[in-house]
Design a binder for this molecule. Structure first.
Ligand code: SF4
Length: 192
């Protein structure tokens, strides 16, 4: 059906153009620290599955990173099961689906050592501004931060999408409520 096969080698490029801030944050953490804690492995892993990364590619991508710090057999023993579980290959054998923004925002909030969650909800304002400033202009950062401070996380993320895709405010014509929706809408715009 013309859908592109996504491999792990494409992820670094896709992150820059098409990943929402929550996934960007976890991807960066993975590349820098060669590890993700449970909450991030689940939130990020299910998102990657949702964009079409196969089980083999997901396993290889995580193994490549994790084994920079731990032996391969330890990776297989401690992390392999959970990755296969998300793809419905272990336990109840029910493939898991990616979490919506509401699920990410309301359930399982990150602790200080975690990198999962929603930056608009879970990052302190100063840090959020700092993160956004690397990609956006000052007035854009202010607008997004204002929404986040008013607990309007969907609007904050939608503006972030619009600014990073050079659309006018409201130009997306819908609110972002799911990280995979963010990815899919971004890919549509890039394909145009
Ligand atoms: Fe991720 Fe949703 Fe938060 Fe955007 S609003 S950063 S997609 S959890």
């Amino acid at each position: 059906d013309g859908q592109i096969i996504i491999t792990r080698h494409m992820i670094d490029k896709l992150v820059v153009r098409s990943f929402p801030p929550c996934m960007k944050q976890m991807h960066k953490h993975l590349r820098v620290n060669h590890h993700l804690k449970y909450g991030a492995r689940r939130q990020y892993g299910l998102f990657l599955k949702g964009i079409g990364l196969s089980l083999d590619e997901a396993m290889a991508m995580m193994r490549d990173e994790f084994t920079k710090k731990i032996p391969s057999d330890k990776f297989d023993k401690e992390y392999g099961y959970n990755i296969r579980y998300m793809y419905g290959k272990e336990g109840r054998r029910v493939p898991q689906t990616a979490m919506s923004c509401a699920g990410i925002i309301l359930r399982n909030p990150p602790s200080a050592v975690d990198c999962h969650g929603c930056p608009f909800r879970h990052c302190e304002t100063g840090l959020l501004k700092q993160k956004l400033a690397s990609e956006l202009k000052k007035d854009q950062v202010e607008k997004i931060t204002q929404f986040a401070e008013n607990n309007q996380y969907d609007k904050a993320c939608t503006r972030y999408f619009e600014f990073t895709h050079h659309l006018e405010e409201g130009g997306l014509g819908q609110l972002i409520t799911h990280p995979n929706q963010f990815f899919e809408e971004s890919q549509k715009i890039i394909a145009e």
